[in-house]
Design a protein around this ligand. Structure first.
Ligand code: RB5
Length: 142
């Protein structure tokens, strides 16, 4: 799968560790920034970059990492067509795909560790949207 990844300074260290592990899984990755943990940046800038590229169909889904995942999710969900889920467990990773057709996964680097983050991403990518009654519900807020 082609994945667009964005993070702020708080998310960078986790992203740096995730990238080689995801490449081992044969995913194609593009990090749109930020590229350092030292320089303080504004997470909405990177949420917007990932979401706009995703809506331009440049990737299959987006992954956004900040300290909590919260700011990234709020910023991403302001954009029409984006369904971002802030996830910290594998069950939610599955359900946000199956029922909500989430197209952006948000993670909090200060909330979860590397191994759980990797498992969450794997579950998110492996789960398909179920459609059916869930589409009627999504249509009510899209
Ligand atoms: C940065 O300190 C922090 O506020 C940001 O990474 C994020 O957690 C916001 O939601």
């Amino acid at each position: 799968m082609k994945l667009l990844i964005g993070c702020d300074h708080a998310g960078y260290e986790l992203v740096e560790k995730l990238i080689p592990l995801l490449e081992q899984e044969k995913h194609q990755l593009e990090l749109v920034g930020t590229f350092s943990k030292e320089q303080s940046v504004d997470y909405p800038d990177f949420a917007h970059l990932v979401c706009n590229h995703l809506l331009a169909k440049e990737a299959d889904c987006g992954i956004l990492v900040c300290g909590t995942g919260i700011g990234m999710a709020i910023a991403a969900n302001k954009i029409k067509g984006i369904r971002a889920a802030n996830v910290a467990d594998c069950y939610s990773a599955k359900m946000c795909r199956a029922h909500n057709d989430a197209n952006v996964l948000c993670l909090g680097s200060r909330v979860i560790g590397l191994n759980l983050a990797l498992e969450i991403i794997k579950v998110f990518l492996a789960t398909s949207y179920e459609g059916g009654r869930h589409q009627r519900r999504i249509d009510k807020y899209e």
